[in-house]
Design a protein around this ligand. Sequence first.
Ligand SMILES: Nc1ncnc2c1ncn2[C@@H]1O[C@H](COP(=O)(O)OP(=O)(O)OP(=O)(O)O)[C@@H](O)[C@H]1O
Length: 362
Amino acid sequence: MSAIHLQNLVKKFGDFTALKTMDLAIADGEFMALLGPSGCGKSTTMNMIAGMEEPTSGKILFGERDMEGVPMGRRGVGFVFQNYAIFTHMSVRQNLAYGPKMRGAPKAEIDRRVGAIAEMLQLTALLDRKADRLSVNILQRVAIGRSAIMEPAIFLLDEPLSNVDAAFRAVMRTELKQLQRQFRQTMVYVTHDQLEAMTMADRIAVMDHGVLQQVGTPLEVYNNPANVFVAGFIGAPGMNLLRGRPAESDRGLVIDLGPLGVTPPLPDNLAVAVRAGRGDVLYGFRPEQVILSDRGLSMPVTFVERIGARTIVHLGQGESAVKAVFDNDVGLAIGQTAVVAPAQASVRVFDAGTGCAIRAGG
Ligand SMILES: Nc1ncnc2c1ncn2[C@@H]1O[C@H](COP(=O)(O)OP(=O)(O)OP(=O)(O)O)[C@@H](O)[C@H]1O
């Protein structure tokens, strides 16, 4: 019943198409993140699922049921927005109790549910505080609690953590995931923050410019991005992409990167697929999946970022700039030359014309 199917969903605002023919199946009990940069159509999609916007064309099904014409209040969805919508003149307890009370739940039942949700969201000590005395962090926690207490079969959250501070966001990521595990709701979570999507979601729908780019588990979109947009957007930093041309060598198929030289030979099954394509390609590898070596891409170090134990080394410039991430201080300094070698199994190749991944055959 709580599976969601978006079928050929389109949303236009006048001449502007905010969402172009979206097809997406969200399973019952699944945590799906809609991830993409600002303006990509995430909120528009969410608002249509919630019933706040009408699709221009296409269908939204909850289970087998077509949602066309079903108003928001009858869809059985809980919705939490970026800006907490709570009653500031009420206490935390009154805010949490509001929904069940409106539904006419008995007092003992309301008390039990308020107690349980407050416990889960660490609000127990604050239950009798007036909401206007609370920090933004806590207010958003109350807003989540107020929606979650209704135990909606479908829980929609639109950037719920974007206004809270970084430390609190990390705590809330864990709590939201636990909340969903406990209630087994279907959760749709809009975010532009790939870390939120990667840490919480079962699957991620990556969007750009109103177009669904890829749907997959966090590891799938990280390891096998469908195109250069996903490759660059997922990961912090995103995947390195160097333009080059396939070339035969006596060691196998390599990519000629111009002034950077040639890459090591591609793995055989990837080489077969790349040979079948034509024209320039983008040679991709994750910054986390490189080693310093005496054979590889020789590049000048332009910047070194140390983030605790992690070191991000910036190499090269312009079109041939790449980043390499190390778990330790590798002792490189600006101006030195480093030779980096991508781990062969992690190399991905994209068609430079279409931006689409060239997949290794079996
Ligand atoms: N009511 C509207 N009228 C006209 N254009 C709109 C309307 N709502 C959204 N848009 C446009 O549709 C596009 C997608 O907006 P949407 O809010 O879905 O993006 P988003 O990915 O959620 O980004 P953000 O995180 O910035 O909200 C944007 O270009 C936005 O300006």
